[in-house]
Every structure is written in structure tokens, then in C-alpha cells.
Design a protein around this ligand. Sequence first.
Ligand code: NAI
Length: 350
Amino acid sequence: MAIDLAVLRGDGIGPEIAEATLAVLAAADRCFGLGLSFSEIPVGLAAFAAEGTTFSDASEARIRAADGVILAPLATYEYAEGQPNPSARIRRGLDLYANIRPSVSRLPGAARRMDLVIYRENTEGFYADRSMFAGSGEFMPSPDMALAVRKITRSACERIARAAFEAALHRRRKVTAVHKANVLRQTDGLFLEAVRHVAGDYPTVSLEEVIVDAMAAHLVRDASVYDVVVTTNMYGDILSDEAGELAGGLGLAPALNVGADHAVAQAVHGSAPDIAGRGIANPVALILSAALLLEWLGARRGEPLLTDAARAIEAAVTAALADPATHTPDLGGDGTTAGFADAVVRALSR
Ligand code: NAI
């Protein structure tokens, strides 16, 4: 087996949590013989300083050629006007239409138990850089008026719905479609129509429909009742932060961006400039995102060793979290990024 992973260390806490993630992947490689190799690709503020762009065409071509991608968080808000958002470019360029965001309570003694996964449509919706053939989906007809266009297509809704129902077959066989069709009758109406159509192909999976504002409240009340949640881009973005926080914190929330031929591991959170450079960022989200990537590679290649390695990393993270001495400050502890990675590596090696 030979697997080349492109690694983009990102900005802010990105390089710190990427280092921790690579240490865990190297340990998994030693335990399972995965044949992993890593290709470093410049991105973000460091790439801008070296090459004058936050993301070059050459970098995109290298990502396309890799077997999988690990993309650490980016400080996109700090980029100079006109500089590309690498995350958006990669999602669009590789047609990564599904943003898969699991929220699982892993902390010892957690008051709430939850194990859900949000399937967020990733290529259209209310994102100004994704909705137009030319120009921006956000514009100002006058100095005192700003407009944003939200694009919803049947094909994009059907493929995210299909991904969600496929996932549900291997879980608790329940899909919750989140929408606002009571107000956005055409756009969210089309989304619901597409989901219902796909549901017809999965008679053993139940479908429920929940309005997005109610969903925000239901998650707080009892997130344990949800299994697979499917929704449009912006709702999924917001609800997954909420679910991540309910499961223990943003620092624990992983994600995988998936298309037909590519997958990119990327934590839900951003570059956390307030704690960058101090070695105290929680690396769990990116480590678990890397595990999701190995799982995807395992399914794609029919290679059980990769799936085993993914499960072992997940179990090692849960084992490390069981000891509060490993917890980083966001979890109320005084542990470090490197210390947590060491604990995961030790658990893996056991
Ligand atoms: P953020 O997610 O970076 O931080 C929000 C809060 O959560 C901060 O208090 C931060 O310290 C904490 N936090 C986040 N991840 C953590 C971790 N692993 N360990 C411990 N604490 C953690 O969101 P914010 O501050 O709104 O954005 C900062 C920058 O990140 C902006 O430039 C934004 O554009 C960018 N961003 C990038 C994303 C990406 O690359 N996928 C996603 C979201 C934001």
C-alpha cells in the first residue's frame, strides 16, 4: 500500500495542530503498515509571504494528484483583498459536495450523550463565491442596500441527500432534513422535494423534516435523538458549530469534505488567532478529521487496514480524553497540544 497525503499546515493554530496530527498518523502508520507519505503544500499567510498568493494554481494541481488532503485551519479573515480563500477554491475545484461533520460526546462524564453526523451541502447556497457563473453572489445596487443570492439546485440537493441516506444505512437508519420551507418556499421547497425523492430509494431509513430554528432548539434540548442530519450549506455550517459545542467544544469537532474522487480532512473550527503560537490548541478536531479521511480511503480502496487504523485513532483519542490531565485549556485543563498528541500515540501503540 502507498498513500500520499497532501498536508497544508494553515495559519494561526494550524501548524501546531497539523504537527500533532502528523505525529498520530505516523504512529498509526507504524502500527498498521499503511505506507503513508506526506507532501507539504504551501498555503495561507506563509504562502503569501513566500509566493505572493495564499493559494497558487500549482498547489491546487498537487492537491488534485494526492490520495487525500489534510487542510489545517486558515485565517481567511486576515487575507488581503483579492487573495483566494484556499478552502473555498479546493471545495469548488475538487467538487467536494458533501461536508460531513460528526458530533460525538467523548468527554468522560459528559452530561449529554450524542452521536450524530451532519451532511452539509458544500457547493452552493448562501455563499457569495459559490453561487454564480461570473461575478459575486453578494452585491450592492446602492450604498444603502446589499443583496445576497442563495443558489439551490435539484442535483446538488439530491446528491447530498443520497450521501446522507447511504450513511444512515450503516448507522441508526434515521435521516432528519433541516429546512425553512415555511418561508423559503421555492429554495427550501426544492431541497425538501429532492430529499423526499431520494428517500424513496431507501425504504428502510426513516425521514423526518424539521424547521431550522426549531432544530437549533431541539439540539440544545436533546441532541441524542438525532442520527444523520442533512441540510443546505449555511444551515449546516451554523448547526454543526452548535452540535460541536454541545458535544464538548469546537476543538473536538472534525469534518471531512468529500466529492466523487477526492476528500479533504478539515476541522470545523478556524485558526483561533487568540491562542495561536502558545502550544495549547486542542488538536482533537484535526486528528479525528484525519481519521475520517483514512476511513474514506479504506472504503474507497476496499482496504480494511485503513478502516482499522481510522477506528484505532478514534479509540485512542477517546482513551486520551478519558484522562483529564491531557485536556487543553479549552476543555478546562492545562495540557498542551504536543502532550495530547503524545497521549494519543501512547494509546495507539498499546
Ligand atoms: P475560531 O474557530 O478560529 O475560534 C473561535 C473560538 O474557539 C476562539 O476562542 C478559539 O480560541 C477557540 N478555538 C477554536 N479552535 C480551537 C482549538 N482547536 N483549540 C482550542 N480552542 C479553539 O473562529 P474565529 O475566531 O471566528 O475565526 C478565526 C479565523 O479563522 C478567521 O480568520 C476566520 O475567517 C477563520 N476560519 C477559518 C476556517 C477554516 O479554515 N476552515 C473556519 C472558520 C473560521
